[in-house]
Design a protein around this ligand. Structure first.
Ligand code: ADP
Ligand code: ASP
Ligand code: MG
Length: 450
């Protein structure tokens, strides 16, 4: 069984939803995971922010906008007045409940409001398939998708409930469900964080041992640099799980950062495809590691660097343990680390416990904090047998100040830290090397060992 996830653009209008019906195979069993229509979750976030500030009227206006958008989609999606009516009644019912939630926008109501985008898109698609006489079933994600108290998928609960629901749909090929939304360990409505529909597809793939997870979006696969900032980026046809996970974790928006892990664990290929150009082969991500020089670059903003200097002259035995115990205590993941004789610099992106962390660190070290940093991740074949690869990377960045370098943690990436305002310059400079990914350097004489 395959899992096919369609992102916001792929369900962004009546025409796009009609196009989905042409893309999905209907003669084999599949699970179709849908995002909210493009832009909807952003408007819902705005609405909840307004509600939190007490601007109930403006918050409701935002919801009205979303309601209207779906009403218009209904008019254009369905052929018959019977189905137009069914769609509109459904939308009306959902929004009547939603307007009340704005009034008491506590954190649970907020999550319930954010969930509505996926609930609407999947219901409309399900109705559309009904009208088109394509046999399908809609499984509510809130009946099987659950995270535990650490925000991790509750695999046992998910497997038990999803398999039970799937068993009740025997004989139906097209199973539709919502991406992004889930319940938490208290049973409340929650979500898998922004862009989380990819992760939903991966978790479902993992649970049902899918033969493939397809992520359908608005671009022809994983590009070798961020197309939002760099011109002339090219699609990469094959990537390994490790390479794709690294790029997704370090900012490649095409994939939610947690998508690869569940698929890698079960060795399920992940295929990235373009709904606007379905015949393009896209990108296939598998366990196969292909040689190919410098393959791709990604960037992650919002990084804070913390420089920690031991109060003693040397980094005494136990110093690193003390430092990492603090980050562990505050459940704050550390991304990059470099050390010198007396100091250690590391980066974090979650600053919610920064104040407490700094207080604890200053009891045995001096600490400096630098915000507004960006991690640049360069993925390639950086094996010792490929001398000159790293020098090509650094040569291209010669005009950009780099405040931290992490190299050798794995054989397939170099990670650097730059000021966020230099991010675009760095990405553009690196484009010369990713578009010419030969393994042997042309800028050194062969004696360079990095
Ligand atoms: P969806 O709504 O389908 O989930 P997203 O907007 O989340 O789509 O992801 C697709 C977008 O990711 C592309 O339109 C592109 O602008 C952006 N993107 C950023 N980095 C990359 C990359 N390396 N390769 C392809 N797309 C990328
Ligand atoms: N609709 C959600 C978002 O915009 C989830 C997703 O699109 O993957 O973040
Ligand atoms: Mg996405």
């Amino acid at each position: 069984m395959k899992v096919l996830k369609f992102g916001g653009t792929s369900v962004g209008s009546a025409e796009r939803i009609q196009n989905l019906r042409r893309i999905i195979p209907t003669t084999e069993p599949i699970v179709v995971v849908l995002s909210a229509m493009a832009g909807v979750t952003n408007i819902l976030v705005e609405s909840t922010n307004l509600a939190a500030k007490g601007n109930t009227k403006l918050a409701k206006d935002k919801l009205k906008e979303v309601e209207q958008m779906h009403m218009t989609t209904c008019d254009n999606l369905f052929a018959s007045s019977k189905y137009k009516m069914k769609g509109k009644e459904l939308i009306k019912k959902i929004f009547n409940e939603l307007y009340n939630k704005v009034e008491n926008a506590d954190s649970t109501a907020k999550k319930e409001i954010l969930a509505v985008g996926e609930i609407l898109s999947t219901n409309l698609f399900h109705l559309y398939l009904n009208e088109q006489r394509v046999d399908s079933a809609l499984l509510p994600a809130l009946s099987f998708m659950r995270i535990d108290k650490d925000g991790e998928p509750d695999h046992y609960y998910i497997a038990e409930n999803l398999n039970r629901l799937l068993d009740s749909c025997t004989g139906i090929n097209v199973i539709i469900t919502q991406g992004f939304i889930c319940r938490n360990s208290r049973g409340e409505v929650d979500n898998l964080k922004r862009g989380g529909s990819d992760y939903t597809a991966a978790i479902i793939g993992h649970t049902i041992n899918a033969s493939e997870v397809q992520i359908w979006t608005d671009i022809d696969g994983f590009h070798n640099n961020d197309p939002r900032y760099v011109e002339g980026t090219l699609p990469i046809r094959e990537l390994s799980f490790d390479e794709a996970a690294e790029l997704a974790y370090f900012g490649a928006k095409i994939l939610h950062p947690s998508t690869i892990h569940p698929c890698q664990e079960k060795n399920i290929p992940v295929v990235l495809k373009n709904t606007l150009n379905p015949n393009d082969v896209g990108t296939t991500i598998t366990s196969q590691q292909r040689e190919g020089g410098i393959k791709a670059v990604a960037a992650k903003d919002g990084i804070t660097a913390i420089r920690i200097k031991s109060l003693r002259m040397l980094m005494a035995h136990g110093f690193l343990k003390k430092v990492f115990d603090i980050f562990n205590e505050y459940k704050t993941p550390v991304d990059l680390i470099t050390t010198s004789e007396v100091a250690l610099t590391l980066t974090i992106d979650d600053t919610s416990h920064l104040e407490h962390i700094l207080k604890a660190l200053t009891s045995f070290s001096t600490v400096e904090v630098e915000q507004g940093q960006t991690i640049i991740c360069v993925v390639g074949d950086f094996l010792a047998q490929n001398p000159g690869m790293a020098s090509r990377v650094f040569n291209s960045l010669r005009n950009i100040p780099i405040s931290l370098i992490s190299y050798g943690g794995s054989s397939h990436n170099i990670t650097l830290l730059v000021q966020s305002e230099r991010k675009i310059d760095a990405l553009r400079a690196l484009q010369q090397v990713v578009n010419n990914p030969q393994t042997v350097s042309t800028v050194n004489n062969g004696n360079t060992s990095i």
